[in-house]
Design a protein around this ligand. Structure first.
Ligand code: DAH
Length: 341
């Protein structure tokens, strides 16, 4: 029986050395040194031996069991360490893999132009005043001196709501009256940027929505020379100092006198090119002295106060600056266009 015990122990030891997984190890433990294992079973059979052989057998069996238990613990540790190593290797991060590009957004070309315009006017002391997109017929037309059947109304085909007195503003000029009514009797120096809407055929040259930046200065003793000086200063900041400008007489119902301002074409320096349609000049804004009727509608007595106003189109400025051929690109959401800015 002692020989049998030695054989069992040797076999168990050999098997243990070859084990590679935690599950197999548990199984081995159950079959050998566990409560119902073979070695434990041999110990129980000690009573089958003659009395004088029992102490020696018992001692040897206990010794072997202890040795196997120690070997089991060592093996368990080793397997645990190996498994940990394997997990670490499997989850390792390869820092040499190529990265994926992150898409970066950019400012819309109109926003870029708007911000340049805000900056220039801020430098000259003009604050931004936000006026509403949805206006009344009264604000958009009547208080700006458009009589009910004035042909100029037809120049600005209008989006009406179901209420014919409520519409989408066709220009930023109605903000002039709102500012005056809010600021009276303070002097005014504001720009009014915002989206405008016109019920038009969408083509390469006209859109149903576009930005405008309106400007308004009201105070005592403001003259046409102030208008000219201020706008020339603006044009020089936007298009470069020394760029020639000119004013042409024009007509708007809400200004008197009215003018349009041109800058010399910055592509051909006035020689004539496709951009300026061989005129040598580019029109950049409308302007004029605030009409006495409009001043009165804003609450300012035209006998005491005067002012100038102007209106420009950021999309037009952007088109001229970058040679953009089709205004529909602005709201087309085509990244191939937008990514160029
Ligand atoms: N409201 C005009 C338009 O939409 C632009 C304009 C012209 C605004 C002259 C002004 C101005 O303030 O003085 O065409």
């Amino acid at each position: 029986m002692l020989d049998q015990l030695e054989q069992l122990a040797t076999a168990a030891r050999t098997e243990l050395d070859r084990l590679a997984s935690g599950d197999a190890l548990d199984d081995w433990q159950r079959r050998t040194i566990g409560r119902n294992g073979q070695i434990t079973g041999m110990l129980r059979r000690v009573g089958e031996l003659p009395k004088e052989e029992r102490p020696q057998f018992g001692q040897r069996a206990n010794q072997l069991k202890k040795e196997l238990e120690a070997a089991f613990e060592a093996k368990a540790e080793a397997i645990k360490a190996a498994e940990l190593e394997q997990n670490m290797a499997a989850g390792a991060l390869d820092v040499t893999l190529p990265g994926r590009p992150v898409n970066r957004g950019r400012l819309h070309p109109s926003t870029q132009t708007l911000r340049r315009i805000y900056q220039i006017w801020a430098d000259m002391g003009f604050q931004v005043y936000r006026s509403r997109d949805v206006e009344t017929d009264e604000m958009n037309f009547q208080l700006l001196n458009f009589p009910p059947h004035h042909p100029a109304r037809e120049m600005q085909d209008t989006f009406y709501t179901t209420n014919p007195d409520v519409l989408l503003r066709t220009h930023t000029s109605p903000g002039q009256v709102r500012v005056m009514r809010e600021y009276f009797p303070e002097p005014i120096r504001v720009i009014l940027p915002g989206m405008c809407y016109r019920h038009e055929q969408i083509t390469a040259r006209s859109e149903i929505q576009f930005h405008q930046v309106e400007g308004l200065a009201v105070g005592k003793g403001i003259r046409f020379s102030d208008l000219k000086g201020t706008l020339i200063n603006f044009a020089h900041r936007l298009y470069g100092a020394g760029r020639p400008t000119r004013f042409r007489a024009s007509h708007f119902p809400f200004t008197e006198p009215s003018a349009e301002m041109d800058v010399q074409c910055f592509l051909c320096d006035g020689k004539g090119c496709r951009m300026c349609k061989y005129a040598g000049w580019l029109e950049i804004l409308g302007c004029g002295m605030v009409h006495p009727t409009v001043l009165r509608n804003g609450g300012y007595d035209p006998e005491i106060y005067s002012g100038f106003a102007f209106g420009m189109g950021p999309e037009r400025i952007t088109i001229l600056r970058h040679g953009i051929e089709d205004i529909r690109y602005f709201w087309g959401n085509d990244l191939r266009f937008l990514e160029q800015f």
